[in-house]
Write a new protein. Structure first.
Length: 370
């Protein structure tokens, strides 16, 4: 039965496989890029970044020699920036310690920064043909439905059961096509809601379909409430805001922090009992040893990360005392608003920069009229 299921899936994939750029190459480096980008990110989003990134860093040596700043700038907007930092670290390790030869087994790949069991198996099977199964969200959904696997898929025991099941399904020598077929099936047919069961090539083998329980799988534990945080940031000017020669103070986050290596308008979290203004004064003293005059509120941005929601309260400020020092930041600089596009910023800060650009344009137009 399992051999028939695998063959039916492979026959379907041969005809229905999605045409994706990383499937048109056998270059392990290019496949590695795609798998890192596809972590927690939709295919359609990755498509708009993949080719540009590959053009900017056409091979592993080019990536390893690049600065982290350059890599983050190329990654800007794709999110989950730790992936880019770890990818750069891993490329450097491969270049320096493996003479540029990417490891060919899942066990070896798993030793590199940013590569977990799923990504290691995906690269090893797709790029090198190793007969190992891949277990991502789409595959988990397909397998739990096919075999009515009841356990909580967030538990290690259930994942072990899923991997054992998959290992018995992978046809020798065809792991690349088989793993990609499962991923395509989950993305296009065996969807979380409104699965297209009538079009499924393995519907005859699906236990959940036979028992009318498709939407009961996969089982997951209760979701934790997403916490909310108030955060403050300062658009800190070295003179009058938006004056012709005024500059903004920007700071670079420490590499191992969340959003490490990215630049931002300085600030941080609001502690219990603090006003937003008090929090901003404290954060600027702790991070950069500077004092500012808070001039006026600029905007509030609502932004959601994977594990918390944030209200970012931004204030226009004027620098008054203290030469900035990198106490709790990696670096800092004064930058003209027109040059900020040279730096990589998180999504929330990008919204602030767009507002600053709009204000700068309005002020310039007003000046022309007068």
């Amino acid at each position: 039965m399992k051999a028939d299921l695998s063959r039916a899936l492979l026959d379907w994939y041969e005809i229905e496989a999605r045409d994706l750029p990383w499937r048109r190459t056998q270059d392990p480096y290019a496949i590695w890029i795609s798998e890192i980008m596809l972590q927690q990110t939709q295919v359609d989003t990755v498509l708009s970044y993949y080719q540009r990134f590959l053009e900017r860093f056409p091979n592993l040596e080019a990536l390893a020699k690049a600065s982290v700043d350059d890599v983050l700038k190329a990654w800007e907007g794709l999110g989950y920036y730790r992936r880019a930092v770890n990818f750069h670290r891993a490329a450097t390790i491969v270049q320096n310690e493996h003479s540029g030869a990417i490891p060919s087994t899942a066990a070896q790949l798993w030793q590199l920064p940013g590569i977990g069991p799923y990504t290691a198996a995906a690269i090893a099977s797709i790029a090198f043909g190793e007969d190992v199964p891949v277990l991502d969200g789409n595959v988990i959904r397909v397998i739990t439905r096919l075999f009515c696997i009841e356990g909580d898929v967030g538990k290690s025991a259930t994942k072990t059961e899923l991997l054992r099941t998959l290992e018995s399904l992978v046809p020798p020598g065809e792991a690349s096509a088989f793993n990609q077929a499962l991923m395509d099936l989950g993305a296009r047919i065996c969807r979380p809601k409104n699965p297209a069961c009538v079009s499924c090539p393995v519907r005859a083998s699906c236990s959940a379909l036979q028992s009318d329980r498709v939407l009961d799988f996969p089982h997951r534990g209760p979701r934790k409430a997403v916490p909310h945080r108030d955060v403050v940031a300062g658009a800190i000017w070295d003179g009058e805001p938006f004056a012709e020669n005024s500059k903004l103070l920007i700071a670079q986050r420490k590499l191992h922090d969340m959003l490490g290596g990215l630049w931002e308008l300085p600030g941080g979290g609001v502690e219990d009992g603090e006003s937003f203004e008090e929090a901003l004064h404290r954060e600027l003293d702790e991070e950069l040893a500077i004092q500012v005059e808070i001039l006026e509120p600029m905007m509030t941005i609502q932004h959601t990360y994977s594990h918390f929601r944030m209200s970012l309260h931004v204030f226009h400020c004027r620098h008054t005392h203290g030469e900035p020092q990198p106490i709790d930041v990696a670096d800092w600089t004064w930058a003209r608003p027109s040059t900020l596009d040279q730096y990589a910023f998180p999504g929330a800060d990008r919204k602030i920069l767009e507002a600053l650009k709009g204000q700068t344009t309005e002020d310039a137009e007003d000046a022309k009229r007068t």
